[in-house]
Design a protein around this ligand. Sequence first.
Ligand code: ATP
Ligand code: MG
Ligand code: FE
Length: 342
Amino acid sequence: MLVLGIESSCDETGVALYDTDQGLLAHRLYTQMELHALYGGVVPELASRDHIRKLSPLILETLQAGGKQTRDLEGIAYTAGPGLIGALLAGASVARSLAYALKIPAIGVHHMEGHLLAPMLEEDKPQFPFICLLISGGHSMLIRVDGIGRYKLLGDTLDDAAGEAFDKTAKLLDLGYPGGPKVSQLALRGNSERYKFPRPMVDRPGLDMSFSGLKTYTLNTWQAALADDDDTEQTKADICRAFELAVADTLTIKCKRALEQEGLNRLVVSGGVSANREIRSKLDSLMKKRRGEVFYPRLEFCTDNGAMIAYAGAQRLLAGQHNNLNFATTPRWSLEELEPIA
Ligand code: ATP
Ligand code: MG
Ligand code: FE
């Protein structure tokens, strides 16, 4: 089954062609990062307008790259939520109109299910069941996954998401947007001995997380440095290093706990923050020590993309699921509400 996938939940327009027999045929991504960088964060109205501008040309480009035409399509998958309502509507309208015109089924995909299943696009893919650490710009969750649509939320963040903490830390240090890659890059030059940041929530039982305290810790450390006239690049790098190590350690401790609790030894890490080098290295060591397995998406599929939506939608369409024309978007949507596939 040949499926066109469309992602437009935030500031990335992603389009992909996925064939359930042949795999990923082509994908294209347009990022609005530069547009929003001017404002230090995503401006919803500008995001919607830019999606509208880019969707049609990207769809045509992707079809061409995959050597296909619209009449070859057998299904369309689009991100229905969670996300920015205007941005979601832009993708949903295009997807549903195209499906209607071509008389093929369309399905609204849960954006986080897309992230969660992104490692399935790789050659070496995880078997079910596994524990998924889903760390992105808006979410930090630990999920037990027993199959597609069989999700049990084990832990969540009580405040900021991991990616949000990276973004806010970058903003505090005036490193620009989006923060994850900037903090991570500067951390490479940081001295890990200089500052020791707390590991939030690790001394409490359970699998919930909290990252807003780390951001406050960054703020206080930076203000103290400013007061000492020590506002150098090196100090910023040392703060970034301490921050990144604290996040990586905390996530590793929580993953270990989740695996032990559920009696599993297979870990999947996805979402934008799973691109982080330090986090990957700590989780790799954890799983090596446990003689378990760990899976990540390729770097370009950690952050938002059309391929993960095409993949998730294709599995559901193949199982006979689709949505009628009344179904547009669901800006707030829990993963646990999703229907399992048989
Ligand atoms: P959600 O998926 O929860 O709706 P989102 O779509 O905005 O949110 P993603 O696209 O999955 O999130 O990821 C973007 C986030 O990933 C940003 O917060 C960004 O700072 C972070 N990020 C990207 N690369 C890295 C990195 N190398 N290290 C740490 N964080 C990173
Ligand atoms: Mg993004
Ligand atoms: Fe995302």
